[in-house]
Design a protein around this ligand. Sequence first.
Ligand SMILES: Cc1cc2nc3c(=O)[nH]c(=O)nc-3n(C[C@H](O)[C@H](O)[C@H](O)COP(=O)(O)OP(=O)(O)OC[C@H]3O[C@@H](n4cnc5c(N)ncnc54)[C@H](O)[C@@H]3O)c2cc1C
Length: 272
Amino acid sequence: MKASAFDYVRPPDLAGVLDMLRQFSGAKLIAGGQSLLPLLNLRLARPTLLIDIGRTEALRAIEDRGTHVRIGAAVTHAELEDCLIPDCPMLRTVAGGIAYRAIRNRGTVGGSLAHADPAADWPLAMAALGATVVVEGKAGHRRLPADGFMLGAFQTRLEEDELVVAVDVPKLSPDARYGYYKFCRKTGEFPEASAAAVFDPFSRTARLYLGALSGPPQPLHDLAATIARQGLAAIADVAIADAVDRVAAGDSIERRMRCAAVTRALKEVFAE
Ligand SMILES: Cc1cc2nc3c(=O)[nH]c(=O)nc-3n(C[C@H](O)[C@H](O)[C@H](O)COP(=O)(O)OP(=O)(O)OC[C@H]3O[C@@H](n4cnc5c(N)ncnc54)[C@H](O)[C@@H]3O)c2cc1C
């Protein structure tokens, strides 16, 4: 199938993008197009206007802001894969595991968060990292925790006239440990189960999330807190299964994959 007819604009700057969003209610943003283009071709999305933000300069920077790193919404997965940010090494790990290079060259962090596919990597990773999504719209500027930004499958807290402009990712201390694990049937496919863990004794952070569910990533707060107190001793199969059962229903295969994803993410945390 072919997409239905639409107009296309590439405003010169962010102010122009916001103006266009305000003026045209049938408009849709396009960043890397890796999710939107298939939806257009299947006519599951029929915008009258596409506003291209893929090259908007204000959305393309990776900046060190002291306590955190600000990643522009239109930064691609490949750019994060190629850029070693010493205080946020998990960004590179996660970026490098998304699909394959051709997708990573185009797909963007902001597009991934806004699209809110439950199996996507950034909603899970950013929740575990304690990141903040920065959005702009008619009502001005809003800062929303990544945990809770996604409301459900393909649903977020973004208003019609808002866009994601950046994500603020807190820096980790040198003693921080993280783990990220996902089960994919083959390279380049979305995962069947995924988990992310971040432990930082300096900031007293203990975050463990389960992803690839039917909705947003789910926190396993109690298990994370117990592991932060007791270390490896708290990582028992029964404790992990109990934590997974509390946040996700599923058949025995889904349950086993989810438990294994959590176990493997935690093993990465404690790897020598
Ligand atoms: C074959 C294939 C395999 C993939 N595998 C994975 C995978 O393993 N893991 C993974 O995480 N992802 C995967 N993806 C998704 C991909 O990595 C992109 O992250 C994703 O397509 C969205 O980014 P994009 O920039 O292409 O967004 P687009 O397709 O341009 O846009 C997607 C949606 O987000 C909106 N949007 C875009 N940018 C913004 C913004 N700044 N503010 C508000 N709304 C915005 C658009 O209007 C649209 O509704 C895969 C994609 C393909 C095609």
